[in-house]
Structure formats: structure tokens, C-alpha cells
Design a protein around this ligand. Structure first.
Ligand code: PA5
Length: 423
């Protein structure tokens, strides 16, 4: 992975170096705010190998017994899984023997009703994922899905098809799993939800889907080796410093841009990571994302011409898995023969370069994040890069990047309206 700041004015970046290095030092020494949630930093080289093997075995068992695994979770217990799942699968005909389906990431009754109907003639298993074990959305979805599974297979067989990923000791889900005898996996105490894709949260469903989780861990390890280097040349530190410099210059919206639709959920994961980590105490860069070239025909107008408070971070894929070449057409009625012999990757790249020139010219600083290709290893390295960056960036901003107190507010109001005891 490489990061390119050519299209950002770095004249004043020196003023941010000291602050960035101090923030990084605090992150590495684990003496800053939220330091009890930094387990993800060492996790790539220090994880429970026994549980890792158990995850692989459970994944294989799920694949052998099921066509579908319903992954039930929200926020950090959902987005990382979906991001990798979508990025690594084919657009149309999947060559996987098991399909991942998601539930518990919203409260739509229609979604649940249709999901239950869809599952009726499928062989399926459930992975209910909640670090706290008390989150309403997955808890409700699990209640419906568990009932349907037990009805279909009987309680004894259903028990073998339910996997719970939750806290080691506490929470309603842990109690329920113990009472019912489900196989459980652990979300470590010192890893917050949005950093948890490296744990059983991400590993079990991804392993079940056939993703190579050894490669996935290898990418995290590569990330640890690269982005924990104590140098201002460390791209994660520099990215954090540049973001803070831009923020202080009035750029309070960051747009994560991709030109490959399968990276869409990588951006959703990134939005959670940065929004929950930085958006507090009246501060923070608002993270949004666009999927180009689709969104060049909608949000592109705003980015080019709207209020000048935006900067972009563009993910470029250097090596595409599949490509297709445009052919010569003897009639040329569509006027496209000037593209004959060019690949779609080439055309897409020119769209990216052209857009960069246009946006930079329009006053939108542009950071380029280059990943070699889209595979399990490069995605986890990218995750780790962003995780270190958000820690440094949050400390530079003066917030605790590892809590999310604001997420509780809507819950209180919703519980009051729903009549939950104690509210
Ligand atoms: O990052 C976070 O901690 C949150 O967004 C959680 O991931 C989300 O609320 C889900 O929580 P839980 O896994 O406890 O159900």
C-alpha cells in the first residue's frame, strides 16, 4: 500500500509533525485516552491461536452443513464482515459454496419477514455477534431467526447450527449462549466494536464464506510492521497529520472515494471507524463516501462546486483481477471507436485522473491511497492503516478515539418510547 499527497499543499505540514508524533507515541505507549481499548494494536502478532483453529473448524462445519450463514450484528459487529465479503466476492455468480446474509443491522420488519421466507428452503446456520451482548437490533433479529431455525431442525440440531460471538464473561448473549449450549467465540475486552474485524467477529463468518483467514491475518501483521514505525514517514501518521492540517484549514468533510463498486462497504466500515472515533466534543471531520463514477453524476456536483470545506481520499486499485477490452465497431454509431483496444480499467483510471485534476482545480485537496489489488491480505493491511491513523488523528484532535458515548443517546430515547423497563 502506498499513499500519495501530491495533490495536497503540504507547506504547513511541518507544524503538525510534532503533534502527530506525540499522538503516535501515546498510542504506542498506551498512555492516552481510551487506552484500555488498544488490544487491536498487538493483536496481529498476539492472538489466541487455539481459538483461531477452532474458528477454522467451525467455518468448515458451517460450510459443510449450510448454504447460507446468517451473520447477525450491527456496527462493528457487521460492517467489517460485509466489507470483506462484498469486496472479495464476484459481482454476480458467486463461486462460493456458502452465502453470507446479514440481519440485525436495522429494525425493518419487512426485511426480517422476507429473510425468514427466503431461508425456508435453505440449509442455514446463525452467527449472532454482539460484543456487549445487549444490542437491541441483533437481539430482536436473533429471537426471530432462532425460533425459525429450531422449528426447521428441532432444538437439538439447531443448537449445533448456532454460533455466538460475544464477551468472554458478561452480557445477555453470553448468558443465553451458555444456557442453550451454543459454541461461543470471544470479542476481547480490549478491542472496541469498530476495531473488532480482526477477532472472531470477522474471522468466523469470513472463514465460513471461504475467505483465507490466514492471509487476512497476514495482512494485519504486515500492517502492524509497517504502520507502527516511529517515523513521520509512516503513512498512517502522515495521513493523520494531513487530515488535521486540512481540518484546521476549514476542510471538515472527508470523502472516501472508490472507482470499484465492490469497495463500497470498505467505505461504510471506514465511515464508522472515523465517525465514532472522532465525532465528539463538538469536533471531528465528517466522513462520507462516494462510489465513482456513479456518484460523479450526483454528489460530484457538490464536490466540484459546493461549499469549499471538502477534501478527498481516493482508493486506487493498482492491479485489477479481471478486465475487458473495448472492441472496434465498423458502424461506430455510438462514436466510441476512439476507445477501441482500450481496457475498461484504462478508461476507469482516466476517469479517476480526470476527476482528480478537476476537483483539485476546484479547491478540493486530494489524497491518493494505492492498494496493489483487492485480496484478503491487502484489505486487512488497509484496515490496520486506517486504525492506526484514526488513533493518531483522534489524539491530535484532542478527543478519546476509542469510546462512542454519542451512540447511547438514541437508544435512551428509543427505549423510553418502547417502554423498556428502567427508561
Ligand atoms: O464501535 C462500536 O463499539 C459500536 O458501533 C458497536 O460496534 C455496535 O454498537 C454494536 O455493538 P455490539 O457488538 O455490542 O452489539
Amino acid at each position: 500500500m502506498k499513499i500519495d499527497f501530491t495533490n495536497v499543499n503540504l507547506e504547513n505540514l511541518d507544524n503538525y509533525e510534532k503533534k502527530a508524533m506525540k499522538a503516535f507515541d501515546s498510542l504506542m505507549k498506551k498512555d492516552g485516552l481510551g487506552n484500555d481499548f488498544l488490544g487491536w494494536i498487538d493483536r496481529p502478532s498476539d492472538y489466541d491461536k487455539e481459538e483461531f483453529e477452532r474458528i477454522k473448524k467451525a467455518g468448515q462445519r458451517i460450510r459443510e452443513s449450510s448454504d447460507v450463514l446468517v451473520s447477525i450484528g450491527i456496527g462493528g459487529s457487521y460492517l467489517g464482515i460485509k466489507a470483506v465479503d462484498v469486496a472479495l466476492d464476484n459481482y454476480f455468480d458467486s463461486d462460493r459454496s456458502l452465502k453470507l446474509i446479514y440481519a440485525g443491522h436495522q429494525l425493518s420488519g419487512q426485511y426480517l419477514k422476507e429473510l425468514l421466507a427466503y431461508l425456508k428452503d435453505k440449509d442455514y446456520s446463525l452467527n449472532v455477534i454482539s460484543k456487549s451482548g445487549t444490542t437491541t437490533e441483533p437481539a430482536i433479529a436473533f429471537r426471530f431467526l432462532k425460533e425459525a431455525l429450531e422449528e426447521k431442525y428441532g432444538k437439538k440440531e439447531a443448537k449445533k447450527r448456532i454460533f455466538a460471538t460475544t464477551d468472554r464473561k458478561k452480557g445477555a448473549l453470553k448468558d443465553l449462549a451458555d444456557a442453550k449450549g451454543y459454541e461461543t467465540f470471544v470479542v476481547p475486552d480490549d478491542i472496541g466494536g469498530r476495531f473488532s474485524v480482526i477477532s472472531a467477529v470477522g474471522l468466523l463468518p469470513l472463514a465460513a464464506a471461504g475467505v483465507d483467514i490466514d492471509e487476512f491475518m497476514a495482512g494485519f501483521k504486515q500492517g502492524q510492521e509497517t504502520y507502527t514505525k516511529n517515523s513521520f514517514d509512516n503513512p498512517a501518521i502522515k495521513y493523520a497529520a494531513v487530515r488535521n492540517m486540512l481540518y484546521e484549514n476549514g476542510k471538515d468533510i472527508e470523502v472516501l472515494v472508490n472507482y470499484e463498486p465492490k469497495l463500497r462497504y470498505i467505505a461504510e466500515w471506514w465511515k464508522q471507524l472515523f465517525a465514532e472515533s472522532e465525532g465528539k466534543d463538538g469536533k471531528g471531520i465528517f466522513p462520507v463516501s462516494v462510489n465513482n463514477t456513479t456518484d460523479l453524476h450526483s454528489l460530484g456536483q457538490m464536490i466540484q462546486d459546493g461549499k469549499r470545506n471538502i477534501f478527498e481520499s481516493v482508493i486506487e486499485i493498482e492491479e485489477n483481477d479481471k478486465d475487458i477490452t473495448i472492441k472496434e465497431d465498423p458502424d461506430n454509431l455510438d462514436g466510441l471507436n476512439y476507445l477501441a483496444g482500450k481496457t475498461m480499467s484504462f478508461v476507469n483510471k482516466q476517469a479517476m485522473e480526470g476527476t482528480t485534476i478537476a476537483h483539485v482545480g476546484g479547491g478540493v485537496p486530494n489524497i491518493r491511497i494505492k492498494i496493489e489489488k483487492v485480496d484478503a491480505k491487502s484489505l486487512s493491511e488497509l484496515f490496520y492503516f486506517f486504525e492506526i491513523a484514526v488513533g493518531v488523528s483522534g489524539y491530535m484532535l484532542g478527543v478519546n478515539p476509542f469510546n462512542q458515548p454519542g451512540v447511547e443517546e438514541y437508544k435512551k430515547q428509543m427505549f423510553k418510547l418502547l417502554g423498556k423497563p428502567g427508561y
